[in-house]
Ligand binder design. Structure first.
Ligand SMILES: Cc1cc2nc3c(=O)[nH]c(=O)nc-3n(C[C@H](O)[C@H](O)[C@H](O)COP(=O)(O)O)c2cc1C
Ligand SMILES: [Mn+2]
Length: 515
């Protein structure tokens, strides 16, 4: 029954034995990160729940009375709890149900559709007049230094807000977007705004630029935002409003990382996930709405003519992402609950908390991928492949060259465009079993024949591509090759024992002296 807010969620974690409260003093500079890294890579003493517990730090050096929540999503069990399911496939099933709707044939069919329509009504956010995030409103003398914002790794450029829900508005459609983009703290009222150039908020920003500088803007954009400095003469004027919610109920936080189509509001996705509308309140100083129950809300703007060095930052690749130029967020107001709980995460070498969030995206998006690439039977994005480096896809192959068609389709599907390496296998390969994948893929390929290279957009975090954001990608067609694909040699059978012999040995197993 939908968590009301972060506190309700923390209480649920506690009841489920998934929360550890830490009363020993811990430093937000590096120490909390080191503790969390060890915990997220351990099993917390319970074989049933790898990933260690969520941590609530209650005694934070330099921040008397403050609390930090971290690793809230850091296990398969907690990810299920966050989205209130026993298995993430349940969400995929719900999505499939909505996609399965046939046109009603008569009155009875229409009546049968009513519950579904009623359910859909619950997805839409509703604006309320006020909420807990307005308990304290600070328009002057506010400071980010009051919050226990972490420095995660020794060579990080400073402290970073790592779990923010960044809200922007599309100037053309008026639709909102909520994306999770880290924010480097520059000073008490200024941060970086690390929306990578292919993300939705970056497009909102460019759209503002287009309307402010007219034609020629495309060239300008090519040189700004993550590129070289814009010459003074070409600078567009104006600004874009931004609001940031920190510490929301888990469905909202999760919705901010979901690679949804640009025009689908994340508040709607959160409503679908929690099956209850998200309640929003208007901001004080900007024309945007934020979840009413947020622990902390930061309001402000980015200037269209201002970029600043962001990074380095120890990233989920296991390496520091390099410095680059990004917009700057200037705060105009902070509102928060009384005694706000600061919600955060750390990223670094996998497995970590974000790995479990990514796995949830993988499961939930499978039915949507199948909508456009119906031959897909399953996918696996192993955590060490950090989501954009490796995707293993199994397909039901029906025509020659289909594996390559699937690669191209994945490379054209939203954020899956970043996939550096795609491995396509036949449907009889269990893509979740890396041992089986290794055995079959490497047996099945003739590398020169089966590897496909292409050029295109690359994840901003990739440090090996020839240029930032642009480079090559590789697909491996490890499906069985057909004569219609020019393969005329016989294909050997896989070694499998017959059922009769297996049953016989099953029966005799104990007698043979095995357990
Ligand atoms: C913990 C965490 C931190 C992230 N940090 C960033 C970031 O700094 N910049 C970015 O562009 N994407 C970041 N992402 C990924 C985006 O949240 C993700 O691509 C999301 O789909 C973007 O939303 P959008 O499609 O509305 O732009 C992060 C994801 C997680 C889980
Ligand atoms: Mn979005």
């Amino acid at each position: 029954m939908a968590y009301d807010d972060l506190r309700d969620w923390i209480a649920a974690l506690d009841r489920a034995g998934e929360l550890k409260k830490i009363k020993t003093e811990a430093d937000p500079i590096l120490e909390i990160a080191e503790i969390t890294d060890r915990v997220s890579k351990s099993n917390g003493g319970r074989a049933s729940s790898p990933g260690g517990p969520a941590l609530l730090f209650q005694n934070i050096k330099g921040h008397a009375g403050a609390q930090v929540l971290i690793n809230q999503f850091g296990s398969a069990r907690r990810m299920n709890l966050a989205l209130e399911v026993d298995k993430l496939d349940e969400i995929a099933d719900r999505i499939r149900q909505f996609m399965d709707v046939k046109s009603p044939q008569g009155f009875l069919d229409k009546v049968k559709m009513l519950p579904m329509l009623a359910e859909m009504g619950k997805f839409f956010p509703k604006t309320v007049s006020t909420g807990p995030c307005k308990e304290v409103i600070r328009r002057d003398n506010f400071s980010l230094d009051e919050f226990p914002i972490l420095q995660c790794w020794p060579k990080d450029a400073g402290r970073f807000i790592t779990l923010p829900c960044v809200v922007t508005r599309d100037p053309r459609t008026g639709k909102r977007n909520v994306g999770m983009y880290r924010m480097q703290v520059y000073d008490s009222q200024t941060t970086g705004m690390h929306w990578q150039r292919q993300k939705v908020a970056a497009e909102h920003y460019r759209e503002r630029m287009r309307s402010n500088v007219g034609t020629g803007a495309v060239d300008l954009m090519a040189r700004s935002s993550g590129g070289s400095v814009v010459p003074d003469g070409d600078r567009p004027s104006g600004k874009m409003e931004v609001a940031v919610a920190i510490g929301t109920d888990p469905a909202i936080t999760f919705s901010a990382i979901v690679p949804a189509p640009p025009d689908v509001e994340e508040y709607l996705i959160a409503g679908f996930l929690r099956q209850k509308p998200v309640e929003l309140v208007k901001c004080e100083t900007v024309d945007l709405e934020v979840p009413a129950s947020s622990e902390i809300v930061l309001e402000g703007h980015v200037n269209l003519d201002e970029l600043r060095t962001e990074g380095p930052f120890g990233d989920h690749t296991g390496f520091y992402s390099l410095e680059d130029l990004y917009p700057v967020f200037h705060l105009s107001c902070i509102t928060h609950r009384k005694n706000p709980i600061y919600s955060t995460t750390i990223v670094g070498k996998p497995p970590m908390e974000d790995g479990w969030m990514g796995k949830a995206v993988e499961r939930i998006f499978l039915p949507l991928m199948k909508l456009t690439i119906p031959e897909i039977t399953d996918i696996n994005l192993p955590v060490e492949g950090i989501f954009h480096n490796l995707m293993i896809v199994s397909i039901k192959k029906s025509y020659p060259g289909q594996a390559r068609k699937v690669m191209n389709a994945v490379w054209s599907l939203g954020q899956a465009m970043f996939t550096k390496c795609i491995i396509v296998v036949d449907e009889d390969v269990n893509v979740q079993d890396i041992g089986e994948v290794t055995l079959k893929v490497l047996n099945h390929i003739d590398p020169e024949r089966d590897i496909q290279f292409t050029l295109g957009p690359i994840d901003s975090l990739d440090h090996a591509s020839r240029l930032p954001n642009y480079g090559s990608k590789m697909g491996i067609d490890a499906t069985r090759k057909w004569s219609s694909e020019g393969f005329i040699r016989p294909w050997p059978d896989e070694i499998l024992m017959d059922e009769k012999t297996k049953a016989l040995v099953d029966k005799k197993w104990k007698e043979l002296g095995f357990e």
